[in-house]
Write a protein that binds this ligand. Structure first.
Ligand code: DX5
Ligand code: ZN
Length: 222
């Protein structure tokens, strides 16, 4: 399998007073997906974006909308995000009684499903979900805030998950999320990351097109 790099800017680090412009700017700069971080103040100590915002995001972009649910009740709310236009929905395993059931429900509602793996969670905990996922989301920070430092200890686990998904017959993407910037994206891709989220690494830089170009260049050189 030859993974193709997909750059997914996380709008959490965008200027929300100009969200439409920001989305159009990253899209024009070459973003492949848009990553939307949903936090409820319960599962993580931060509150961010709800379905109403996703509905507007959906209206201003054509690229896939990748919703990362960091909330305590994805069973209740995932359908609302899908209705609002989410193409991809990631859930954290600790937030539902039966993750396979939740993932199956996400698929039935027409979205692609993904399971998130926190830095301190072993892959054995989520392997049973592999039959019901289209993607696995490897966290390289602890969820809760944008702008945290990349935890490089997760790299061997990304290599491990890449081997596992390559062994499965289903096409499962590997997404990596947290602290990715120009200077470490090549390591993430080499380890097996394919959909690579970057929030502050893109939105806090002066020229998004330049940044994404440099990210692609770093990966191509690696
Ligand atoms: C962390 C979020 C990440 C984060 C990415 O809880 O899931 O998506 O916003 O932002 P950076 O790239 O700034 O770490
Ligand atoms: Zn995220």
């Amino acid at each position: 399998m030859n993974p193709t790099l997909k750059v997914a800017p996380s709008i959490l680090s965008a200027d929300f007073s100009r969200l439409k412009d920001e989305i159009e700017a990253v899209e024009a700069a070459g973003a492949d997906w848009l990553h939307v971080d949903v936090m409820d103040g319960h599962f993580v100590p931060n509150i961010t974006i709800g379905p109403v915002v996703v509905e507007w995001v959906r209206k201003v972009t054509k690229i896939p909308v990748d919703v990362h649910l960091m909330i305590t009740d994805p069973d209740k709310y995932a359908p609302e995000f899908i209705k609002a236009g989410a193409d991809w929905v990631s859930i954290h395993p600790d937030t539902c009684a039966n993750p396979n059931g939740t993932l199956e429900k996400i698929r039935k509602l027409g979205a692609k499903s993904s399971i998130a793996v926190n830095p301190d969670v072993p892959l054995s905990k989520v392997e049973k979900c592999f039959s019901d996922i289209d993607m696995v989301l490897m966290m390289t920070v602890f969820p809760g805030f944008g702008g945290q430092a990349f935890i490089s200890d997760v790299l061997p686990k990304i290599e491990e998950v890449r081997k596992l998904v390559d062994q499965t017959r289903a096409a499962i993407l590997v997404e990596v999320d947290g602290g990715v910037k120009i200077d470490n994206i090549a390591r993430v891709f080499r380890a097996g990351g394919e959909v690579i989220v970057s929030g502050s690494g893109i939105f806090k830089t002066p020229n998004y097109a330049d940044t994404i170009r440099q990210m692609r260049h770093a990966v191509a050189q690696s």
